[in-house]
Write a protein that binds this ligand. Structure first.
Ligand SMILES: NC(=O)c1ccc[n+]([C@@H]2O[C@H](COP(=O)([O-])OP(=O)(O)OC[C@H]3O[C@@H](n4cnc5c(N)ncnc54)[C@H](OP(=O)(O)O)[C@@H]3O)[C@@H](O)[C@H]2O)c1
Length: 328
């Protein structure tokens, strides 16, 4: 089968299309014919050596590795003890995210991969594989921040920074679905997109200082991070929260003085939550926007696009431009 492999960490060009032996499902695993693999920032952090992650938090890497955690595909074989799935089932999932030693993911940039049975949920039948592959990590991140961490209540006001990206555009829709008032912050070209997704107010950060556009909000979901994260202290009310999805400088002592809680965390696989998200996708409450769909062989071009930034929705690789050898 074909798989993308990283033999040495570096720029997008280190993503090589290799011919490799297909994996076999161990106990509790299934073999999945991957139709589409979603691209997430951790994939390119791992490829490039985690230079954006603080040194003490960088996971160890075993080379070569196949990147990728998100997939949509079809189960082709099941390992011992698996009762949840049968060959032919269409599934989506975030596979082995955070697993040490393999670039932190489930080797989804490949024509086949194995996955723990519980990392997968049924793909809605009328949703195409590319769209489904964009859901898992970004959707789980948005869900776990809004529901588990923030406990978002109807009527609350939440500002989503980086609102047009993978996590942000799903967070805008989920927050709106949960009954919150949503202020979306993004660059100018995303304004109509975000209104169409249900944002009540859209702020173009390239022309407007966010601290002049919003005040006394209950929560800030910051999907960007960086050295200026603390500017949101002027935007949140006493008793509110700033929830960083990425590393940033939030002046935590000053936040505490202002009665603002700063609370971030790491996404994790959750079967029930992913099933809920797939249901919302199926019934049209969530829409996964695709910024671009690339053949597996063009993974380097897709990573180049990802690193250029300003994404509107998700980037996805598809593996269906050629028919791989049958495996069962
Ligand atoms: N904590 C976790 O478990 C977890 C899980 C998933 C992702 N993450 C992290 O969360 C971050 C977002 O992930 P993602 O997949 O959503 O990334 P993404 O798809 O690349 O989206 C990032 C978005 O941020 C916008 N942006 C860039 N600079 C901005 C600024 N100064 N102000 C406002 N918006 C800005 C970009 O578009 P415009 O500039 O054109 O508006 C883009 O739409 C990444 O750093 C990722 O590593 C963390």
């Amino acid at each position: 089968m074909q798989a993308i492999r990283v033999h040495e960490q570096g720029g997008p060009d280190v993503l090589r299309l290799d011919e490799v032996t297909p994996p076999e499902p161990g106990p509790g695993d299934v073999l999945v014919r991957v139709h589409a693999a979603g691209i997430n920032p951790p994939d390119w952090y791992a490829r490039s050596g985690f230079s954006t992650i603080p040194p003490d938090l960088r996971p160890p890497i075993r080379l070569p590795f196949t990147p990728g955690s998100d997939l949509s595909g079809v189960v082709t074989a099941i390992g011992a003890g698996v009762t949840r799935w049968r060959p032919g089932d269409e599934v989506l999932g975030m596979v082995r995210f955070g697993q040490i030693g393999n670039g932190g993911g489930g080797r989804t940039y490949a024509e086949f991969t194995t996955s723990p049975a519980d990392d997968l949920v049924r793909k809605p039948s009328h949703v195409d594989h590319a769209t489904a592959a964009g859901l898992p990590m970004a959707g789980l991140t948005a869900y776990q921040f809004l529901v588990d961490r923030i406990g978002l209540k109807p009527g609350a006001t939440i500002l989503v920074n980086g609102a047009a990206g993978g996590v942000g555009h799903l967070a805008v829709q989920l927050a709106q679905h949960l009954g919150a008032r949503v202020i979306a912050v993004a660059s100018g070209r995303h304004q109509q997109f975000l209104r169409d997704l249900g944002a009540d107010q859209v702020v173009d950060y390239t022309t407007t200082d966010v601290t002049t556009a919003a005040r006394d909000v209950d929560h800030v979901l910051d999907c960007v991070g960086g050295p200026n994260g603390h500017r949101f202290l002027a935007v949140v009310r006493n008793g509110g929260t700033i929830n960083p999805v990425f590393f940033g400088e939030y002046h935590r002592d000053r936040a505490a003085d202002l009665g603002i809680t700063v609370d971030g965390g790491q996404v994790h696989t959750d079967h029930d939550q992913l099933e809920t998200l797939a249901g919302l996708l199926a019934d049209g409450h969530l829409r996964v926007a695709l910024d671009g769909v690339y053949p597996l062989a063009d993974a380097a071009a897709a990573h180049t696009r990802a690193e250029r930034g300003h994404l509107q929705g998700k980037l996805v690789l598809t593996t269906t431009t050629r028919v791989p050898p049958a495996i069962d």
